[in-house]
Write a protein that binds this ligand. Structure first.
Ligand code: TNX
Length: 529
């Protein structure tokens, strides 16, 4: 009830505020808050000496904010924090939407009320943007905000090229500043297994190293670099990263690829394949015919043992099992796979994949988790409870939503941040191809093609960062920024996007990126698509 009154009040004020002197766009916040009302004059100035007034429940977001301010004011002294006094006051109130916040700036200081710790964190991110882009001066006024989508995801492939703990933490810092709340961590693939599994040490001992890497797009022998390449995370490092993300209100969704995209695992443990054939950790890109055998019980036992350790490390409710691009050539010839098809009364190899995925989903459910997979999991007949990540287009997502499955939209043509950002490609290194400029990301409506009933099943939107051609942190940041700003507004402010407004606000965002030392691509700012 209290909540409803608050909403009506906000709606009423917003009509009056339409005539306010300083407009929302002048405040330049990305993603755009749902409601801004500024006073004509006056500001509260935040300095390195400003006090944070906070009680125990909001201690973590306050500590994060203090770190941001130490960086901004270039000091090694944390902000003063206490339970009483004047300055930036923060508290939780369940009347505010869960991930939402209300920010008031007045002579008294700045007050941030969040619906949760996460809500406070987002309010503090907004405050940080104002401070950094307006020299610490926070205009008197009121901001109320909450996200449109519950799942606001960014993906990172560390299998094709590996990014160490410090790099991943920096990536987390960047996405947290864009109010993203899910990191989809692609930990295994044909070219490398990157997560320590105690039960099968071979996975990282053998499966994390490849002999060399293909550097061009073609398959000429001189295009392999001849250099061994590898890397992996120990379980201790994984725990550290999961904790680091959680302190920034980001849930990490681990992805363990099955039954395809698993050649590195087959190299380490040849009995995972149909013929137990010796294969290398793959040294090229694309789709390999070498996949896990879906006939032998030993494969299921392996997958469950691996997942048991994964569940220990990752508290996320959703666990990603891949499921994409699994050629069925080996299965067609395999006596175990054929026997399984017969014994289970399956229609063929596609249904065999459906059987594997459904069995793994059941296992995850028994352990209190939910399964998410790429949209190929629809091909073998999907269970009603699986969450579907729609990447080949939006059709899979629409089909899934119509059946009542939850969906994360991430169609390749709009969300693949490993694609080029400019048509001319001038000044760019070698990338996989494609063309997704900032404007295209921004124009994306994740609800396209869905009626209001079906929309309810779209839980989120995500951009993907596949690392075949992304080898270092500088390139990773260049591919992520500034497109993430466009994506974050699609995720957070889905219904209130405005191309002219974001163009103006991006000038401040650029200042913000510069202040943080993040390396963005210049094209959008130069007007090059
Ligand atoms: C398709 S998206 C893949 C990845 C590649 C990517 C390259 C998906 C589920 N599979 O394995 O890295 O294209 O853009």
């Amino acid at each position: 009830m209290k909540k409803a009154i608050r909403h009506i009040l906000l709606a009423a004020i917003s009509i009056i505020a339409a005539t306010a002197t300083i407009s929302a766009t002048e405040l330049h916040i990305i993603p755009e808050p749902s409601y801004i009302d500024l006073e004509a004059e006056g500001y509260y100035e935040v300095t390195a000496k400003t006090r944070l007034v906070v009680n125990d429940e909001a201690w973590n977001p306050a500590e994060r904010f203090s770190e941001y301010m130490m960086e901004y004011f270039n000091t090694d002294k944390p902000m003063r924090m206490g339970k009483r006094g004047k300055g930036i006051k923060i508290r939780i109130d369940s009347c505010v939407p869960y991930e939402g916040y209300e920010l008031t700036s007045s002579e008294e200081g700045v007050l941030i009320i969040g619906g949760s710790e996460a809500g406070i964190f987002y309010g503090l991110q907004t405050l940080r943007q104002i401070i950094v882009t307006r020299n610490g001066k926070v205009p008197y006024g009121f901001i109320a905000d909450e996200p449109s989508l519950a799942y606001r995801g960014v993906h990172l492939d560390v299998a094709r090229h590996f990014f160490g703990v410090e790099d991943v933490k920096r990536y987390i810092d960047i996405i947290a500043a864009h109010k993203v709340n899910r990191l989809h961590w692609h930990l295994t693939d044909d070219q490398g297994w990157r997560i320590e599994i105690k039960r099968y040490p071979e996975l990282t001992e053998k499966g994390s190293m490849r002999k060399e890497t293909l550097i061009g797009h073609g398959l000429r022998p001189e295009w392999w670099d001849g250099k061994p390449y590898g890397g992996y995370y120990t379980q201790e490092q994984i725990r550290d990263v999961v904790d680091y993300a959680a302190k920034r209100y980001i849930t990490i969704i681990p992805e363990i690829e099955m039954p395809g995209h698993a050649q590195a695992a087959l190299h380490a443990l040849p009995w995972l394949g149909c013929e137990e054939q010796e294969v290398d950790v793959w040294t090229m890109w694309g789709v390999t015919p070498e996949v896990m055998c879906a006939g032998k019980e030993s494969t299921y036992e392996f997958l469950e043992n691996v997942l048991m350790e994964v569940l220990e490390l990752f508290p996320s409710e959703l666990i990603h099992i891949g499921g994409d691009e699994c050629p069925k050539d080996r299965w067609k010839e395999c006596e175990h796979c054929q026997a399984k098809i017969k014994a289970e009364g399956l229609g063929g190899e596609e249904q065999l994949q459906g059987y594997l995925v459904a069995r793994i989903e059941k296992f995850l459910n028994q352990h209190g988790r939910k399964m998410i997979g790429w949209d190929e999991i629809l091909d073998g007949g999907v269970t009603p409870t699986a969450t579907v990540m729609s990447w080949r287009g939006i059709e899979g997502g629409i089909y899934a939503a119509q059946r009542g499955n939850e969906v994360v939209m991430t169609p390749m043509k709009l969300c693949y941040f490993n694609f080029y950002q400019t048509e001319s490609r001038e000044g760019e290194g070698l990338h996989i191809g494609g063309h997704i400029p900032f404007e295209l990301v921004y124009s994306w409506d994740p609800f396209e093609g869905l009626n209001p009933e079906e929309r309810k099943f779209i839980i989120g939107a995500q951009c993907n960062m596949w690392s075949e051609y992304i080898k270092d942190m500088e390139t990773l940041e260049h591919m992520l920024l500034p497109r993430l700003a466009a994506m974050s507004e699609v995720q957070w402010a889905t219904e209130r996007r405005d191309e002219n407004s974001i163009r103006q606000r991006m000038e401040s965002m650029r200042k913000f990126y510069d202040a943080c030392g993040w390396r963005y691509a210049p094209y959008y700012f130069e007007g090059r698509k």
